[in-house]
Design a protein around this ligand. Structure first.
Ligand SMILES: [Zn+2]
Length: 250
């Protein structure tokens, strides 16, 4: 039970960090986490009683099964998100994933609207952001709500084994072994989009050299510290996440 409570706290905190960083539009979006060793998922609730991603509290995180059904009845006013199937489909397809995040960051959505690719414009500025581009950032081409298991399956197939996926005229989905790393993927992807956007405004954005891309391709692979278990952030992500929590007061 303590483990479940801790997971709820981490889901709610990730919501507040992403919301405070303006990575989503108003109340939309959700962070989820797989309950270790189970077919259950904790996810931010929607509904009339919710406060939106930015103000999510621990008690606004609900438990669902892999069919997206509520495990136990909740207080009035909280409901399963319509797009819960984004999460359940990715968990079904990818056993290594312990957290899925879906948000609507405007700067990233712009690139799906204008059919502009996100280019590898920087290296040492943010190796994590560069690695997302080098690993590949697919786009799910439909702009509808992912409101059924079938549509969830379509999105999960479009995403494949990638850390991030763009959704045309909609938002993004990220996935990782921990909540914090999935959130850091969303932050890095957003920063990449902002830099690409500004570079396009300034003119002539130029990718870094193939030689430098090759050096970063295998840069700083994360290794788990002794005692770390699946579902916990590792390596550089721990300190970086602490920074974003402090920055946002989350
Ligand atoms: Zn959405």
């Amino acid at each position: 039970m303590a483990e479940l409570d801790d997971l709820k706290i981490r889901v709610a905190r990730a919501c507040r960090v992403l919301g405070t960083l303006d990575l989503t539009k108003a109340a939309t979006g959700h962070v989820s986490a797989r309950v270790p060793g189970s077919e259950r998922v904790l996810i931010r609730a929607r509904g009339p009683a919710e406060l939106g991603v930015r103000y999510t509290t621990d008690d606004q995180v609900i438990e669902v099964d892999l069919d997206g059904k509520l495990v136990r009845s909740q207080d009035a006013g909280l409901a399963v998100p319509i797009e819960v199937f984004i999460h359940t489909a990715v968990y079904r397809a990818r056993p290594e994933v312990n957290s899925v995040i879906h948000v609507h960051p405007p700067s990233v959505v712009l690139f799906t609207i204008c059919d502009k690719p996100l280019l590898p414009l920087y290296g040492a500025y943010d190796p994590a952001g560069l690695q997302l581009v080098l690993e590949g950032i697919p786009t799910y081409q439909r702009s509808i709500l992912i409101s059924s298991p079938e549509l969830g399956g379509d999105l999960a197939r479009a995403m494949g084994s990638h850390s991030t996926c763009l959704m045309r005229g909609h938002g993004i989905t990220t996935a990782a072994a921990s909540i914090e790393e999935a959130a850091l993927h969303a932050i890095a992807l957003n920063e990449l989009a902002v830099m690409n956007y500004q570079a396009n405004l300034l003119g002539n954005p130029r990718p870094i050299s193939e030689e430098d891309q090759a050096i970063f391709r295998n840069f700083e692979r994360r290794t788990a510290p002794p005692g770390a278990s699946a579902g916990e952030p590792t390596g550089r992500a721990v300190a970086l996440w602490r920074y974003y929590c402090e920055l946002t007061g989350a």
